[in-house]
Design a protein around this ligand. Sequence first.
Ligand SMILES: [Zn+2]
Length: 256
Amino acid sequence: MKKAFFTHYGVILLLLCIKTVPVFPAALPDTFTVPQSIPAAIIDHINKNLPEFLQDLQEVLDAETNDLLILVDKQHPLSEHYVPKEIIPLSKKRSYALNRADLSLTKQAEAALQRMAAAARNDGVTLLVSSSYRTYLYQKNLFNRYIREAGEKEAERFSARPGTSQHQLGTVVDFGSITDAFAATKAGKWVYKHASEYGWSLSFPKGYEKVTGYIWESWHYRYIGKEACAFQKKWFGDIQQYMLEFIDAWKKQHRS
Ligand SMILES: [Zn+2]
């Protein structure tokens, strides 16, 4: 039995060599543990198109700078000492509008926000920034306030414990009213449609509370870069959480 298998395998390999077809693995390696939250259909699709997927994955990893694709959620908190580099204040002179004076982002995310806001302006839409970079300490105070107001269980659904907020990355913006009503506004619709063209991704989509840990937040966008946005759409059903969990697992398991 074993011998026959190897014989067949040998013939196939020989044919592949003759035709000079590159030999790719047929499936994700057995040694790679796929994060459990990712649906089987997504992994099947990846396995059926593995060479193309691995090439896309490599391009996304090569394009990553400054922790853009770091996984931050309730199971993967940032250290209280994590401070992004090059945080700059948001400015009134740019194409976006500001809801308050003390807003800031990483330099890279601010530039990307400006590009998106300028495009929105061209379409007659103003993007109002209501929240942006939050330090660990700020998040700690905010979360404690929500616990006092709504109770711990409820606060967990819409707010993050310190260390588990994407806002600590300095690459996240909350737009407009920070309420569900935002989705139906001109800005809400524009940003939902166009954000990925500028590298921004909706972190907590509708109907994915069990996956992301958070209720739908139509206003909360994270800058991950255009390559990652396209990759997320093509392979992960446009769900940021699936993609980031996959990349996190991939990086951890390929670190030697
Ligand atoms: Zn937010």
